[in-house]
Ligand binder design. Structure first.
Ligand code: ADP
Ligand code: ADP
Length: 228
């Protein structure tokens, strides 16, 4: 499903954030990406949805060869790879419903289909009762649930989450994790960068540890493995 072969990323400032990484992630896996700040985790996952382009190597995501994909086709990739961020990145002037619907509008879905599917994902994240509210009227956990609903509304095969619980308290973090697990159990591959040791140690999945731009550990049902 996702394959990286000898992938490196050197930024224009000369920093090599990812250094010769090779990894294979199969359909339906749930993977935690862990490691110290500045290790290259964000760069590693940004390359999976072509937010950053690798300098060298080969990256395959589903049917896409990310080293060959044309700039104008990146939006097609984004239908297959949903992304969730630590700071939610919702559109403040749109309601919950509209934030999610927008992701379908931009790919040209029909209003009837949008209405049906947005209601489905609102159900999945338990936020139907909030659909007419605006992001600033919601708690952090609710905003993250909206962001997750938006990320999966176009039924991507892969969901990428960059520190999705970074701004949330422990109980709310667990709620968000239960939603990510539900999505994973329905067949979506989940790749999650995190510093949340208690979640990694509690909800066991494959752990990929990155340090200085290299994979230093890749373990099924692994531990977090750091003190922080
Ligand atoms: P992490 O997510 O593990 O904190 P990052 O991938 O954000 O690591 O960063 C890895 C290294 O690359 C760091 O040294 C960081 O300063 C650098 N870096 C990240 N993004 C950029 C960028 N856009 N331009 C230049 N350097 C960057
Ligand atoms: P995080 O820790 O959540 O990964 P960062 O603070 O590392 O976030 O990065 C925030 C943004 O700044 C990212 O878009 C990243 O690419 C960019 N960035 C990080 N480090 C650098 C850097 N040294 N030079 C330029 N841009 C950077």
């Amino acid at each position: 499903m996702i394959e990286m072969m000898n992938v490196s990323k050197k930024y224009p400032n000369g920093i090599t954030a990812v250094n010769n990484i090779s990894i294979q992630i199969n359909d339906g896996e749930f993977i935690y990406v862990v490691g110290p700040s500045g290790a290259g985790k964000s760069t590693f996952i940004k390359m999976m949805y072509r937010e950053e382009k690798a300098t060298t190597g080969r990256i395959i995501v589903g049917k896409f060869d990310l080293m060959k994909i044309k700039e104008r086709n990146v939006p097609y990739l984004r239908r297959h790879v949903g992304v969730v961020f630590q700071d939610f990145k919702l559109l403040p002037r749109l309601t919950v419903f509209e934030n999610i619907a927008y992701a379908m509008e931009v790919i040209g879905a029909k209003p009837k289909e949008i209405n049906k599917r947005v209601n489905e994902v609102l159900d999945l994240v338990g936020l139907k009762h909030r659909m007419r509210m605006f992001p600033n009227e919601l708690s952090g956990g609710e905003q993250q649930r909206v962001a997750i609903a938006r990320a999966i509304v176009n039924t991507p095969e892969v969901l990428i989450a960059d520190e999705p619980t970074g701004n949330l308290d422990p109980d709310t973090s667990l709620e968000i994790m239960h939603i990510l697990e539900k999505i994973n159990q329905r067949g979506t591959t989940v790749v999650m960068a995190t510093h949340n040791s208690s979640i990694v140690n509690q909800m066991k999945h494959r752990v990929v540890a990155i340090e200085n731009g290299r994979i230093v550990r890749d373990q099924q049902e692994g531990d977090y493995g750091y003190e922080d």
